[in-house]
Design a protein around this ligand. Structure first.
Ligand code: BTN
Length: 332
């Protein structure tokens, strides 16, 4: 459902308590339909949703994702077609399924994904609203080497855009997990998933999807048990206590992306060097989990000019490709 169509969510997000009857009257829908929408919000674990004395409300008014709000944080160097949805299977899938790409990039942000996906075939689960799930896509000629730069550039744009929101204590864990360093543990706050389809005439439809935990602790990958934190928690503990806006962040990301994308062809080493500034694994002991072989220990030695992770294992340097392995820091 596109957010431009009024829904129970779009009404209650602004604050206030509503009975089923009052929502039915406001939205000119049957009470049965309103109850269905409320049931959907409950099963989507909508952030802040409350049922009090038969009335539905949010714990506090929330900023919904909005095309107008994103555009109002522009201007953007190049046009970008933006859409916002309350629910999709996956914002990556939505953009992969579209055929009519012109030269323009398309961006789609969504409050809830029913089949969000993460790297290495994992599910990606985030409660509805209050978190950030969006994807940006384009069709252009791009060889496979550049796909790695694209993926690293996405991580750079995420972290540099978060800096604009006052978050200076975040890092990237190769290839592009967004993490905070708590000494002997890294806590994941989000990640990037780049997917592509090869089209005729050397054209590639690439999609990069970004998921960031904003509101509060939850486990976003159903099959891994790692503690997670939200951006708001980190901001509340930092001295400048800046407010965070999802729409403003998306706009900032678009600006960063439009400023970096020409480097894919012109000077990809600049992308690599920017990524290196945020490398949390450099010189740390890591456990490496190859897809088909036994795990082993090594020391991370930064990334090479192709974006591969360099690891030192028994005085031998090896190079890891991102599609193949998981890397975790070794806990003390
Ligand atoms: C990871 O495994 O760390 C990457 C997670 C990427 C999740 C985002 S949420 C928006 C986009 N749509 C998806 O289905 N996945 C990405």
């Amino acid at each position: 459902m596109s957010s431009s169509i009024p829904s129970v969510f779009s009404i209650i997000a602004k604050g206030g308590e509503f009975s089923v009857a009052s929502l039915a009257a406001l939205l000119q829908l049957s009470e049965e339909t309103i109850k269905q929408q409320i049931g959907q919000l409950i099963s989507n674990q909508c952030t802040g949703l409350q049922l009090i004395n038969g009335k539905v409300c949010m714990e506090k008014a929330i900023e919904v994702l909005s095309v107008e709000q994103i555009l109002s944080s522009g201007p953007f160097k190049d046009p970008v077609e933006i859409e916002v949805f309350e629910q999709l299977t996956s914002s990556n899938q939505y953009l992969l399924d579209i055929d009519n790409y012109s030269k323009e990039a398309k961006l789609c942000a969504v409050e809830y994904q029913t089949a969000g996906r993460g790297r290495l075939g994992r599910h990606w689960v985030m409660p509805m609203a209050g978190h950030l799930s969006f994807s940006i896509a384009k069709v252009q000629p791009l060889d496979s080497e550049k796909m790695m730069f694209l993926s690293l550039a996405a991580g750079v744009c995420v972290i540099e855009s978060l800096k604009m929101s006052g978050l200076n204590q975040l890092y990237l864990k190769w290839p592009n997990d967004l993490v905070i360093d708590l000494g002997d543990d890294l806590i994941k706050l989000g990640g990037v998933l780049v997917e592509s389809r090869y089209l005729p005439n050397k054209q590639v439809k690439w999609v990069m999807g970004i998921g960031i935990n904003i509101e509060e602790t939850h486990s976003f990958a159903t099959n891994i048990k790692q503690p997670v934190l939200g951006i708001l928690q980190i901001l509340s503990e930092s001295p400048n206590k800046m407010s965070f806006s999802r729409n403003r962040f998306i706009a900032e990301f678009i600006k960063k992306w439009q400023a970096i994308e020409s480097l894919l062809d012109e000077d990809p080493i600049q992308i690599i060097n920017r990524w290196r500034q945020f490398d949390i694994l450099n010189n740390r002991e890591v456990n490496v989990f190859p897809a088909k072989e036994a795990p082993f220990q090594a020391v991370a030695k930064g990334i090479d000019d192709k974006g591969r992770l360099r690891i030192e294992n028994q005085n031998v340097i090896e190079y890891l490709n991102s599609g193949e392995v998981k890397v975790r820091i070794k806990k003390a």
